[in-house]
Design a protein around this ligand. Structure first.
Ligand code: HEC
Ligand code: HEC
Length: 211
């Protein structure tokens, strides 16, 4: 009886704290738009449709995924950032947690102007890998997590459809080399570790053309 009471007291004491933690996170789309137009615009476009293939398109990407990436770029509590990129580290240094949540919501609500696939020769190979994986190398189908049309699956799996092939290929290579290591349970590091350069080019090209 005493133990149950003690537990009830602990729960009562911790739930309001949790609730207020949630309430503290405010999404401010007006402020997000200002930051996007003032800062992010240079590399991602004000609406998240990046003008250059090295910078990812953010428009239409999953909100939770975008927030996770921004948080991952940020070094916190004396620990290094889990996604290491000097450019984005500089960007997020000036952002509060609320700013990052707001920017994630803002960019996820923008309409994507998708990239296009250019290399026809690679498409068939990319499509096979996307849909079926590569049994001989034990590579699972990308579609299994990122969706048949590459739309992604919130909360965990990002959209890849219409993303620049250059950016997608770079990410696969940095997962392969473990330079990017912020994927839960090493999901992408294990998969990318088995991909050849040609498979990376092919699947990145195919994803760019997905709608
Ligand atoms: C000077 C250029 C530059 C500016 C300005 C910039 N970014 Fe980036 N951003 C990049 C590059 C380059 C990458 C790819 C990093 C990598 O390869 O890991 C990136 C990656 C990202 C990603 C990860 C996307 C994904 O698909 O994983 C997010 C989210 C992002 N930026 C948001 C922002 C926001 C929000 C702002 C404005 C506050 C901003 N960026 C400003 C260059 C920039
Ligand atoms: C078991 C599930 C799973 C499978 C299968 C999978 N992925 Fe992923 N992928 C993930 C997760 C989870 C992330 C997000 C990692 C993070 O949180 O940063 C991701 C992220 C990515 C990214 C980074 C996107 C960005 O915007 O930066 C690329 C590129 C990618 N995957 C490509 C692929 C390709 C190509 C295949 C098939 C060869 C594939 N994935 C198969 C789970 C999967």
């Amino acid at each position: 009886m005493i133990r149950i009471t003690a537990l009830a007291v602990i729960l009562a004491a911790s739930f309001p704290a949790f609730a207020s933690e949630q309430a503290k996170a405010k999404v401010d789309l007006v402020k997000a738009k200002e930051i996007a137009e003032g800062v992010c615009v240079a590399c991602h476009g004000a609406d998240g449709n990046s003008p250059t293939a090295a910078n990812p398109i953010l428009a239409g990407q999953g909100q939770e995924y975008l927030y996770k990436q921004l948080a991952n770029f940020k070094a916190a509590d004396g620990k290094p950032a889990v996604r290491n990129n000097p450019v984005m580290a500089g960007m997020v240094a000036a952002l509060s947690d609320d700013d990052m949540r707001s920017l994630a919501a803002y960019f996820s609500q923008q309409k994507i102007k998708p990239a296009v696939a250019k290399d026809e020769k690679l498409l068939a190979e990319g499509q096979a890998l996307w849909r079926k994986g590569d049994f001989s190398k034990q590579i699972p189908a990308c579609a299994g997590c990122h969706g048949p049309a590459g739309a992604g699956l919130p909360v965990q799996y990002p959209r890849l459809a219409g993303q620049y092939s250059d950016y997608t290929a770079t990410q696969l290579k940095t997962f392969r080399s473990h330079e990017r290591a912020n994927d839960a349970e090493q999901m992408m590091r294990v998969i990318a570790g088995k991909l050849s350069d040609r498979q990376i080019s092919a699947v990145a090209e195919y994803a760019a053309g997905l709608r």
